[in-house]
Design a protein around this ligand. Structure first.
Ligand SMILES: [Zn+2]
Ligand SMILES: [Zn+2]
Length: 256
């Protein structure tokens, strides 16, 4: 009885809260605040690429205990975005540890819940924000053979699966952890920038016919296997670059 009462009561409170948010919504800029972080992948490509609306970019990187990203990954993201976007007032990355959830696997809904709980940076004034979370578990849809290393899941949100990265790096014929996590994080940033044909229009047709939203060039950072188990078949000692087609698309959508 007590539980039911508590539940009803908190539901009531939540309803009041939602109602008051909705009341304010009309007056708000749809590009600012928490609500602006809930659009689909690629929907903020132009805002991230150009300086028209946002001249500054801040990235919040959260990681669970034991999965702090390498400095190479942080610097790699910074450099990648500095090269591709117009942010005259700068790009800043902040990282912070969050408590371990101890889950072996996570669904995308779990990741969304964690973002709701822990994300503190939202678009404000002339600053656009990106959220990156490194989990202590793997993706729920993985199987032994094929698995995800990372994913972009909203307009300014992406996730990396920490154990996958650790398991598959640093050993005989394995890429270093820095190389692997940097490669995958840049691929996911590419999706946030609207690649391929998903928020940023193509100048020349180069979307993979079988793997939507990916580049048809096997050498390109946006080739589909870059975020999956397939990556190990071809990742050498360097991070794959964006090819000319992908670069052209970004430039045409306000990028550098
Ligand atoms: Zn991808
Ligand atoms: Zn490409």
């Amino acid at each position: 009885m007590k539980t039911i009462f508590t539940k009803t009561f908190s539901f009531f409170l939540i309803s009041i809260f939602l109602y008051s948010c909705m009341g304010e919504r009309e007056a708000r800029d749809p590009l600012l605040g928490r609500e602006a972080s809930l659009y689909g992948i690629g929907q903020f490509a132009n805002q991230l690429l150009s300086a028209d609306r946002f001249s500054r970019l801040e990235i919040e990187v959260l990681y669970m205990e034991g999965y702090r990203p390498t400095n190479q990954m942080i610097n790699g993201m910074q450099e990648f975005l500095e090269t591709l976007t117009h942010k005259p007032e700068g790009i800043q990355i902040r990282d912070r540890e969050i408590p371990s959830q101890g889950q072996e696997t996570y669904t995308i809904d779990d990741v969304r819940d964690l973002e709701r709980e822990h994300r503190t940076l939202f678009n404000e004034g002339n600053t656009v924000t990106i959220f990156v979370i490194v989990l202590d578990g793997n993706f729920s849809k993985d199987d032994e053979e094929t698995f995800a290393i990372g994913a972009a899941y909203q307009n300014t949100s992406m996730v990396l699966f920490g154990p996958r990265i650790h398991m598959n790096s640093g050993g005989f014929r394995r890429p270093s952890r820095a190389l692997l996590e940097t490669t995958v994080s840049l691929h996911e940033l590419g999706h946030l920038l609207g690649l391929v044909n998903n928020g940023t229009d193509m100048v020349h047709d180069h979307e993979d016919e079988e793997q939507e939203k990916h580049c048809d060039n096997q050498e390109c950072l946006m080739f589909w296997q870059v975020e999956t188990s397939g990556l190990f078949g071809f990742l050498g000692n360097t991070i794959p670059q964006l090819d000319e087609n992908c670069l052209k698309d970004l430039r045409a959508n306000g990028g550098r």
